[in-house]
Design a protein around this ligand. Structure first.
Ligand SMILES: [Zn+2]
Length: 162
């Protein structure tokens, strides 16, 4: 039972990771001016701060009809599909690899590879790219240490309970 609780927590972590990816990766792409480490998100059109409740991945976009709460401008659907891409991609990979430690390695590889591919396709941001990339990679280490701890916990539970 505890095993499934840990697996559910890992999938929940992917959901949070999909939101993190929109700031971590999209801010490295061409046209972005917000620093990777800025805690708040802003609407591209009106510049207003996006409320925390409107940052809930996937659901906030659907609930708001893909529009900014302040100016009713359309939020790029790219952000929406981007979140689904990470949540589904990482979940499917881990179901195939049974949420093993190899699954964790694949999760890190998939995330960083996706970052690289998005940078190649969309182009890198015009100002302070190197600095933002460095900060991005450093925070990734912290994020994946936390997620990695869940996988280690799961491996221990499996070894003990089978
Ligand atoms: Zn707006």
């Amino acid at each position: 039972m505890f095993k499934y609780l840990v697996i559910a927590t890992i999938i929940l972590a992917f959901y949070v990771l999909s939101a993190y990816a929109t700031t971590d990766i999209i801010r490295l792409l061409k046209g972005s001016k917000t620093p990777v480490y800025a805690p708040d998100c802003y609407c591209d059109a009106c510049g207003n701060k996006i409320r925390l409740i409107d940052q809930i991945p996937i659901f906030a976009y659907l609930f708001n009809g893909g529009k900014c709460h302040h100016c009713k401008c359309k939020i790029p659907s790219f952000d929406f599909y981007f979140e689904i891409f990470f949540l589904l991609g990482l979940t499917v990979t881990n179901i195939l690899l049974r949420f093993s430690l190899i699954g964790f390695a694949a999760t890190v590889a998939e995330y960083e590879l996706a970052k690289l591919i998005f940078i190649i396709i969309k182009g890198k941001r015009e100002d302070s790219f190197a600095k933002n990339l460095l900060i991005s990679l450093l925070t990734n280490v912290l994020v994946f240490l936390l997620i990695g701890a869940l996988y280690v916990m799961l491996a221990i539970v499996r070894a003990k309970l089978g």
